[in-house]
Design a protein around this ligand. Structure first.
Ligand SMILES: Nc1nc2c(c(=O)[nH]1)N[C@H]1C(S)=C(S)[C@@H](COP(=O)(O)OP(=O)(O)OC[C@H]3O[C@@H](n4cnc5c(=O)[nH]c(N)nc54)[C@H](O)[C@@H]3O)O[C@H]1N2
Ligand SMILES: Nc1nc2c(c(=O)[nH]1)N[C@H]1C(S)=C(S)[C@@H](COP(=O)(O)OP(=O)(O)OC[C@H]3O[C@@H](n4cnc5c(=O)[nH]c(N)nc54)[C@H](O)[C@@H]3O)O[C@H]1N2
Ligand code: SF4
Ligand SMILES: [Mo]
Length: 766
């Protein structure tokens, strides 16, 4: 570690007073409206200015919400098509506060590292390129030319292009992402790790192998039409709040909802639509008809038990449960799965899941009422060692009843970042397909590198071992998003150069390489003016709809570059005469970039015209049409292991989750309203009986430790909070607990860190 030890990599303790109240039973309501405006106010916006800004969000001619990837409905509401957390994301981006060079003259990086993440984010938008020179503890302003020259010279001086790593976070537009991957491949590497590696990679891998497309198959209208919706490993009330409106609509149309989660999350239990005075008065609607309180990582066992019960129901009533026609025509592998399920001890599976048999039987009753079943999921399923297995089990379950590729049925991995799905479509991928690289070769006339690049976990190893020397990040906060914080910090500090393209200051900027550079960029709410005037960009939401996003606000600073313009300058400076495209000409008018996308990526034919249709267009999705693009051309049933959930004596299984007041590593405040937490983030939720058994009390301070791969990890001084969580399961918040997530404990097949299943011990703090 550098001079000041690991402290700079980890968020310090907050010193407010922690208040613990009972968890809420319903999400949203008027409190969410108050919260939205309070956050706009915190960032210097009056009520009229807040209304003006938020009123542009998610509108046809406005900017796409920088929050999550949940889609807009066809009948979007004028001015109010956003949620509380979308408003927070907008407030944090459109803040009126600015970070000028004087700020960085006053604060050394050590000084800044002692501040909380909340404080760092409150300081405002980055406005000038900044550089941290070798040995210095202060960022200094530099001009753009100097920044690009240093970056280009460093990249060109590498022994191999594979010594550079190019990270992407999921807010980057399609245009910027396409140019970025083109630049990186023309430079000569596939080292394109992204936030997806830590997020839905297990979904992409699991779905790709089984149904031939790594994206979900349903549209928003399918959700509205479904008869059964299973929401697993997801907390939509906080992380995809407008999904609750869709679930409510589905319920109104007669759907039943099953929630599968270790926590009784408020948004899964009930919802009060803040836009409906009638609902505010009546107290809103119940969301889940059935709540299955699975233990952490009990989902494979639960899904298997469910399928065994379905087979039993089929035996009682042949032809009514399985969709034999579908199975025969469209799938392979069912006989093996059936034999496997028949060999299972259902009671043992039910015990491993941690739920009651009667509840599972009730789930079967709900499911058997129709074939229009959708399964929605997020990080509670993907961030496990058996994350890919979780997804394959969902597919098994849906295929058995032919619940895919028909209205109201299918797969629904709910994506995180607002354009994380689009970035992948544009080629941000450390393991690009041969077909994609062939297209690049045909269209651009150069040989793209064919060997796989580093994903997030491999990138950390490579930097740690000195095999990679430059880390370039298009957005995000790699330091705090990645597992094993200390290890990741050491890895980054080994680099000769770290470059962050960012809108806001974060802790990642404070862990330094030999040289560190911050390039400030436009946010998507702002006017992006190029030679041909203001440009719009495009994004793809969680359901494969590609649409435009146009910012109308004055940029935080006239000097800011757009992400596309930054890539273009890099392309020009680094590749020189060997460049495959004329970068500056391209970004004069983003239509030109879109024409290249149209020429390269299937499904984007006539892109410029189609994206100008109000609301954009749907990308073709094979699974939705029952075209399964697997090797055999059929959807595949698979047999997956039930993970061994035995814990060492005295240990707990820890999941790391988000509070209601954060966007990944951006901390909006120290509250987690729905879970009853105010004024603190270093809390650990523990079952009351476990607290008693361990001789702890509510409010005790504990150190949380993990031992994995011969290393001892410790996260000191967390406050114990009694919570309705299954026995031996505990929950903490990310990024505080990331220091405990072992880098080498990741999902087989997808490398997604198992940040929802960390074996820990709780020891009273000294
Ligand atoms: N406001 C806000 N919105 C966001 C984000 C944010 O930070 N803030 N982040 C965005 C991003 S990038 C993403 S990926 C998504 C994340 O969205 P979520 O996946 O909803 O986020 P998490 O907080 O990680 O919550 C995981 C949920 O899974 C449950 N869970 C954990 N382990 C298990 C398990 O083993 N089995 C089951 N069945 N459930 C389990 C937890 O109790 C929790 O309810 O949200 C996106 N939207
Ligand atoms: N333990 C644990 N770890 C996790 C998770 C977990 O559940 N548990 N979740 C994982 C998941 S799902 C994800 S997606 C990752 C998230 O990983 P990242 O995407 O790397 O992290 P974010 O916190 O979303 O990045 C926030 C930063 O992005 C920058 N930014 C914001 N908007 C823009 C923009 O428009 N352009 C540019 N260039 N920069 C911008 C700002 O500087 C801000 O500080 O974390 C992962 N890490
Ligand atoms: S649901 Fe997601 S995309 Fe929609 S407004 Fe809320 S945060 Fe933004
Ligand atoms: Mo994510």
């Amino acid at each position: 570690m550098a001079a000041d030890g690991p402290s700079s990599a980890e968020p310090p303790e907050t010193d407010g007073t922690l208040i613990v109240e009972p968890p809420k039973k319903k999400a949203a309501g008027l409190a969410s409206v108050r919260s939205a405006f309070a956050h706009m106010h915190k960032h210097g916006h009056s009520v009229p200015s807040s209304i003006r800004i938020l009123g542009q969000m998610n509108q046809i001619d406005g900017f796409d919400c920088p929050g999550c990837a949940w889609p807009e409905p066809d009948d979007r509401a004028a001015l109010t098509e956003f949620c509380e957390n979308g408003a927070k994301a907008a407030a944090w981006e459109t803040t009126r506060h600015r970070l000028d060079w004087k700020f960085f003259q006053r604060h050394s990086i050590d000084d800044l590292a002692r501040q909380s993440d909340y404080w760092l984010g409150l300081q405002g938008r980055l406005t000038q390129p900044l550089m941290l020179r070798p040995g210095s503890r202060f960022y200094e302003p530099i001009d753009w030319n100097e920044a690009f020259t240093r970056i280009a010279d460093s990249l060109k001086a590498l022994d191999s292009p594979n010594e550079a790593i190019f990270y992407t976070s999921g807010r980057t537009s399609n245009e910027a992402a396409f140019l970025y991957q083109l630049f990186v491949r023309a430079f000569g590497t596939n080292n394109l790790p992204d936030c997806s590696n830590m997020c839905h990679e297990s979904s992409g891998v699991g779905l790709g192998e089984t149904v031939g497309v790594g994206k979900g198959s349903v549209t928003l209208n399918d959700v509205h039409e479904a008869d059964t919706i299973i929401v697993m490993g997801q907390n939509p009330g906080t992380n995809h709040p407008r999904m609750l409106t869709a679930l409510q609509k589905a319920k109104k149309n007669g759907a039943q909802i099953i929630a599968i989660n270790p926590l009784p999350e408020a948004g899964l239990m009930g919802f009060v639509n803040p836009k409906s005075p009638a609902q505010i008065l009546s107290g809103g609607t119940q969301i889940a008809d059935l709540f299955l309180q699975v233990q952490i990582n009990g989902d494979v066992a639960l899904l298997k038990a469910l399928m065994c019960l379905l087979l039993e129901a089929e035996a009682r009533s042949p032809g009514d449960v399985l969709d034999e026609d579908f199975i025969g025509l469209y799938t392979d592998g069912f006989a093996e799965l059936r034999a496997h399920l028949e060999s299972q001890d259902v009671d043992a599976l039910i015990e491993a899941a941690g739920v009651a048999r009667a509840d599972l039987e009730q789930a079967v009753d709900i499911i058997l009422r129709s074939r229009k079943t959708i399964v929605c999921w997020a990080m509670g399923l993907t961030q496990h060692k058996n994350g890919v297995g979780n997804i394959r089990e969902i597919v098994n379950f849906l295929l058995m009843r032919g619940s895919i590729g028909m209205p109201g049925a299918g797969t629904c991995p709910v994506r995180g970042h607002s354009n994380v799905q689009g970035d992948r479509t544009m080629g941000i991928h450390d393991r690009p397909s041969k077909a994609f690289l062939d297209r690049i070769q045909e269209v651009f006339g150069f040989d793209p590198p064919r060997e796989h690049g580093f994903n997030t976990v491999e990138a950390i190893h490579a930097m740690f071992e000195g095999r990679a020397k430059i880390f370039f990040a298009m957005g995000g906060n790699f330091l705090q998003a990645a597992p094993d914080t200390d290890r990741t910090a050491h890895a980054l500090e080994n680099c000769d150069l770290i470059v962050h393209v960012s809108t806001k200051l974060n802790r990642g900027h404070l862990v330094r390489g030999k040289w560190s550079i911050i390039l400030p960029c436009l946010g998507r709410s702002e006017v992006d003016s190029q030679a041909y005037g203001p440009q719009f960009v495009t994004v793809e939401n969680s359901m494969g709809v590609v649409h435009s996003s146009q910012g109308h606000l004055k940029p935080a600073n006239a000097e800011l570059y757009s992400e596309s313009a930054i890539v273009a300058r890099l392309g020009q400076e680094v590749l020189g005469p060997e460049t495959p495209v004329s970068w500056c000409w391209l970004i004069e008018n983003y239509d030109r970039v879109r024409d290249l996308i149209a020429a390269t990526i299937p499904g984007f034919e006539d892109f410029n015209a189609r994206v100008r249709e109000p609301g954009g267009f749907h990308l073709h999705n094979g699974a939705r049409e029952r075209e399964f693009n697997t090797e055999s051309g059929k959807a595949r049933f698979t047999v997956n292991h039930v993970p061994d959930l035995a814990l060492p004596e005295g240990a707990y299984r820890m999941m790391t989750v988000r509070t209601h007041d954060q966007y990944n590593t951006t901390v909006y405040g120290n509250d987690d309203r729905y879970r009853g937490i105010r004024g603190g983030r270093r809390v650990v939720f523990v079952n009351e009986e476990d607290i008693l058994e361990a001789g702890l009390t509510a409010g005790s301070k504990v150190d949380i430790t993990n031992d994995f791969g011969g290393e001892h990890r410790i996260a000191p001084r967390f406050t114990v909070v009694p919570y309705p969580i299954p026995r031996r399961c505990v929950a903490t918040y990310f990024p505080e607990a990331n220091i405990l997530v072992p880098l080498n404990n990741y999902a087989a097949g997808s490398y997604t860190p198992a940040s929802k299943d960390v074996t820990v011990r709780l020891t009273p703090s000294a």
